[in-house]
Design a protein around this ligand. Structure first.
Ligand code: EPU
Length: 441
């Protein structure tokens, strides 16, 4: 696997780059987890904030609370590729100077999904861009038609050529535009905002994504002097400014890691606290857990699981925020294996996001699938096995399932886990899980 592992990860898992694809997580579950744990900074917020950095001109921006994950490393490499100086220190990066290049190599650009958000910042800076089509998780078809429509609304000619998006503005500096997103795509909303912040006049974005990551981006841009109103609602208004200034910013806590840690405790039948989080960002998960018999309490920044006494299955259907997050769909699925009765899970956002299902069957799970819905019959006996996750959330799903099983499980797909979670195995160890990295080498 072509993985550019940062030194921190090599040290954390005791493996070097060529051996990471042979690595697995070894878990013996069946023992309740206990303790307190804190999620890292939000991956998807960090990635779009880094993608905004080509907007920096003759100043510096410091972004703190970045998670130590490979997708962040790739994003920083892309910033260096476009000529910006990036100084890293612990969980922070300071981005200094001026972007000089508008074309990106395939090596970095095609490895992550959020690279598509470099369209907005680089076009805003140069009026042109050449960017490899994005990569990222294998969770079904991920077209970019809405992104290209956003570009066209700003009078930017855009086409796909040799696997790259090639785009050039007909008028530069850009002029504000009226944007209607036919679906509230998160990264297309990001691109619309990034194109608008320095465009002349007013931009109105209708049917915008309302995800917390959009609010976090708008807060960073506002600190940099941008005028963004309405982030977190379906109508965002941006008034362009000539220049942006320097700023320091802390990425918000990761709501998806919060969900992953909550589910780890629940699957083990344990108790514990997630601190330093924003409970409001995971309310659909909290309410589903409560309905199924988890005694769970929330206050401003803490979620506490007091006890787990599952008494029924559940039905969920994913939707854009504030609905049930698609990223938490593979993460809540293991609950259906250990809750009595039938559960039904539908993914309307990514209808093909069911790569974890065939792996769950190896544990003994009884799951039927029809299109974008699965039906799970709970309380089938589960046993440890060898499984592989093909994307970040699937790996978490499999690890958390293993925490409910008294015999040993090996979960492959470590390279995906490292893309999205910093020290996830250490976090579970701190909750007393019997878990470690190992290698098939
Ligand atoms: N879509 C289109 N055309 C487009 C763009 C999107 O049809 O041009 C469709 C997608 O195929 C999908 C739906 O719109 O069916 C929603 O996709 P969206 O564009 O909102 O997803 P994204 O912005 O590419 C981000 C996150 C994903 C998360 C989704 C939905 C990042 C880097 N990625 O992707 O995160 O699942 O929003 O919330 O922010 C993850 O973290 O594991 C992950 C996949």
């Amino acid at each position: 696997m072509d993985l550019n592992l940062p030194v921190a990860h090599e040290a954390a898992i005791g493996l070097t780059e060529p051996s990471v694809s042979k690595a697995f997580v070894k878990i013996t579950g069946g023992k309740p987890l206990h303790g307190t744990v804190t999620p890292d900074g939000a991956k998807n917020s960090a990635l779009i904030q880094l993608a905004a950095m080509p907007l920096v001109e003759d100043t510096w921006v410091k972004i703190d609370n970045l998670p130590g994950i490979t997708d962040v490393d790739v994003s920083i490499e892309m910033l260096r590729e476009c000529g910006l100086t990036c100084k890293r220190e612990k969980n922070a990066v300071t981005v200094i100077g001026n972007a000089k290049k508008y074309a990106f190599s395939e090596e970095n650009g095609s490895r992550i999904r959020s690279s598509i958000a470099f369209l907005g910042s680089v076009l805003s800076r140069f009026g042109r861009v050449r960017l490899p089509l994005p990569g990222g998780d294998a969770i079904g078809d991920r077209p970019i038609d809405i992104h290209l429509d956003v570009l066209r609304a700003f009078q930017i000619d855009a086409r796909v050529e040799n696997g790259c998006v090639v785009a050039e503005a007909r008028k530069f500096p850009l002029e504000g535009a009226e944007i209607f997103l036919r679906y509230p795509s998160v990264l297309a909303t990001v691109n619309a905002i990034l194109l608008a912040v320095k465009a002349t006049g007013k931009t109105v974005i209708v049917n915008a994504a309302k995800e917390p990551e959009i609010i976090d981006l708008a807060s960073l841009l506002s600190k940099m002097g941008a005028h963004v109103i309405g982030a977190g609602t379906e109508r965002i208004i941006v008034r362009g400014v000539e220049r942006l200034n320097g700023a320091e910013y802390q990425v918000m806590p990761d709501r998806l890691e919060t969900g992953a840690l909550l589910m780890a405790i629940v699957m083990s039948g344990g108790s514990g606290k997630i601190t330093g989080t924003i409970p409001e960002h995971v309310l659909p998960l909290v309410h589903t857990l409560r309905d199924c018999g988890v005694d769970i309490q929330i206050d401003d920044a803490t979620i506490e699981i007091k006890s787990v006494q599952l008494n029924k299955g559940f039905q969920i259907s994913t939707a854009p925020y504030p609905g049930f997050a698609t990223d938490l769909q593979p993460i809540i699925t293991p609950l259906a294996l250990v809750a009595p009765g039938e559960s039904a899970i539908t993914d309307t956002v990514f209808p093909e996001r069911f790569g974890h299902v065939s792996e769950l069957r190896k544990f003994g799970a009884d799951i039927k699938r029809n299109g974008n819905t699965i039906w799970v019959h709970g309380l089938e006996p589960l046993s440890g096995c060898e499984v592989a996750g093909g994307d970040i959330r699937s790996v978490v799903c499999l690890i958390n399932t293993a925490l409910s099983v008294g015999t040993e499980t090996k979960v492959f797909g470590v390279e995906h886990l490292l893309r999205g979670h910093a020290r996830f195995v250490d976090k579970l160890k701190s909750l007393e899980a019997q878990i470690d990295y190992s290698s098939a080498l």
